[in-house]
Design a binder for this molecule. Structure first.
Ligand code: ZN
Ligand code: ZN
Length: 375
């Protein structure tokens, strides 16, 4: 509940976050100042940080929570280990929370990390007290994951995996490079704190700071700066409207290494059935958002109702042109693939397609110039 007495603290979490943070900001820099860190410390910090975060973004998030693709068992084992190394609870627990977050986004009583409860709560506060105690081990929204043997294996042996990775990996590197404390600090602590907070920023900052190109029905934002620290998860406005897409940054110039990793794995045969949102849906969502903003902005103008009519009419013709264009494009692709496609039919389609493409361009120009005055 959002009001009344606060539930009791979860001391394990409080101490874990507090102690690791203090070690990372005070002891690790002091140790570096006194004894120095070598290139190996920095390289392994980068490798393990990437391993943890990509296991969360490509594994916990896009694979398990949203089922945006299917992955080979070897990849799932890697993600399960990396997820435990990232210390963000088991994959099934994380996914269960995350599915509720999407279903009830911004609902202060249901969304486990509702951004409407403020930065602190959505960033870390939600994990410090027993807010969701009654539904803590309810995984009924993850029945599909309960069939994944690797997910259940990780859940069962979560603590052992946490200890083996968080202590074992830095210790091993410490022995190899003969600096156990240095590696425990950099690969153990600094990596953990960086990985924790960069992921937490998705729940906090990515619901506060940035643009809303696709929808303003929830608080999620697109933010290119955040995308850099979060391996592509900064395009959160897009993600909340099209959560089944394996991409978050859909344009080639948007920084989304998680998408590149999944695509590369597909080329290697380790990932398949990658799901993407049809372009027509994306374009329609964008136009709808522009319409909503323009409608709000013209409200106070004296000729608001006239403008409103004009805007809606232009929107309708743009959207219907979009549908026609993408429908024909689909037919063209299918005709090309099909052996039965006669050359003549194909060429007729092609001519119509080129016409329609031009018509859509004109329609788009007219729509853009109309709304440009009001958004
Ligand atoms: Zn979100
Ligand atoms: Zn999500």
């Amino acid at each position: 509940m959002s009001s009344g007495k606060k539930p009791p603290l979860i001391w394990v979490n409080v101490l874990l976050f507090l102690v690791s943070f203090m070690l990372a900001v005070i002891v690790a820099p002091w140790y570096g100042y006194e004894f120095g860190y070598s290139a190996e410390h920095w390289i392994w910090l980068g490798i393990t940080y990437s391993f943890c975060n990509l296991s969360i973004t490509a594994g916990y998030h896009r694979l398990w929570s949203h089922k945006t693709y299917e992955a080979h068992w070897s990849l799932r084992v890697l993600f399960a280990i990396g997820g435990a190394f990232a210390l963000q609870n088991s994959a099934i627990h994380w996914s269960s929370d995350h599915r509720v977050h999407h279903k009830h986004v911004d609902n202060n009583d249901k969304d486990p990390y509702s951004a409407k409860r403020g930065f602190w709560y959505s960033h870390i506060g939600w994990m410090l007290r027993q807010y969701n105690q009654e539904s803590y081990a309810d995984y009924s929204n993850c029945r599909d994951l309960q069939k994944d043997k690797i997910v259940m294996w990780q859940h069962k042996h979560y603590l052992a995996l946490v200890l083996a990775t968080n202590i074992g990996i830095p210790l091993l590197l410490g022995v190899i490079y003969q600096d156990i404390i240095g590696m425990l600090l950099m690969v153990g602590i600094v990596r953990l704190v960086l990985s924790h907070h960069s992921t937490f920023f998705i729940n906090s900052l990515a619901h506060i700071w940035g643009s809303q190109p696709y929808t303003d029905k929830n608080t999620a934002r697109d933010n290119a700066v955040l995308a850099v620290f979060t391996f592509g998860e900064g395009y959160h406005n897009y993600h909340h409207i099209f959560e089944n897409d394996y991409r978050n940054g859909i344009y080639w110039w948007q920084y989304d290494p998680t998408k590149w990793l999944i695509k590369s794995c597909a080329w290697l045969g380790l990932a398949h059935k990658l799901r993407v949102t049809p372009k027509v849906k994306i374009e329609k969502a964008k136009a709808k958002k522009v319409l909503t903003t323009a409608t709000k902005n013209i409200k106070m103008l004296p000729n608001a109702s006239q403008l409103n009519e004009a805007l809606n009419a232009e929107f309708e013709s743009f959207v219907s042109k979009l549908s026609d264009y993408y429908e024909l494009k689909k037919q063209l692709v299918e005709a090309k693939k099909s052996d039965l496609a006669k050359k003549y039919e194909h060429s007729v389609l092609l001519i119509r397609y080129q016409q329609l493409k031009q018509e859509l361009e004109n329609q788009r120009r007219s729509w853009n110039s109309l709304v440009a005055q009001y958004v």
